[in-house]
Design a protein around this ligand. Structure first.
Ligand SMILES: [Zn+2]
Length: 211
């Protein structure tokens, strides 16, 4: 491709030297590149030798490349900064995702609940419903996907959110099983007490005037 310098159309050329035993001419295009320019002068086609390189145009290219190289270096630097930030964020996120894997979903808890209810014997539907609501509310709060029971350290890191830090477990399933039973019994007692109180109140209302 021709390069235009001061009206000259400059192209690289290769020349054969004419020596019979020249390896360069024998195996390749010849010697070069040598830059020759051509242009029309007063209707005549003229030629001019420009040397073995084109320093002017190469410098122009360098001038164009330099800002791009700087931009590239800046972009690389930004990428490195972002990658470092990304790595930090990933590290910060990791404990949560690892924890989520050890925690229970609502489906897991439903399975445990079904097992506990099956073994609980005769319980009123009202007791079971209220107990189940309490269990789910205590385990998942405002719509968490997973429980957050892994709040302690050591061999028993799963801490019961219903009964407090003294009740620690090796695994969350055991925790939920025990907590579910405890909640059912408590709800049964609460409803029994309520019924007892209501009976007393009714008795007082009925016979109170006699005393
Ligand atoms: Zn040669």
């Amino acid at each position: 491709m021709a390069v235009h310098i001061d009206g000259w159309s400059v192209v690289p050329q290769y020349r054969k030297c004419g020596k019979g035993n020249c390896k360069v001419c024998h195996t390749g295009k010849g010697h070069g590149p040598y830059y020759y320019g051509t242009r029309l002068q007063n209707g005549k086609r003229c030629s001019k030798y420009f040397g073995q390189s084109l320093p002017d145009t190469q410098d122009d290219t360098q001038d164009e490349i330099r800002p791009l190289q700087q931009e590239l270096a800046e972009a690389k630097r930004l990428i490195a900064v972002l990658q470092a930030e990304n790595a930090t964020l990933r590290k910060q996120l990791q404990p949560t995702s690892v924890r989520a894997a050890e925690e229970l979903s609502q489906a897991d808890v439903e399975q445990i609940w079904a097992r506990v209810v099956k073994n609980a014997g005769d319980m009123s539907e009202n007791v079971l419903q209220t107990a189940y609501s309490s269990l789910i509310r205590g385990l998942f709060g405002k719509g968490n996907t997973y429980t957050r029971l892994h709040t302690g350290r050591g061999g028993r890191p799963y801490v019961c959110p219903f009964r407090g830090p003294r009740f620690r477990y090796k695994d969350p399933v055991r925790l939920v099983e025990t907590a579910a039973k405890w909640i059912i019994i408590n709800e049964q007692i609460r409803q029994d007490n309520k019924a007892e109180l209501r009976k007393k109140r009714e008795a007082i209302e009925r016979y109170g005037t006699l005393i």
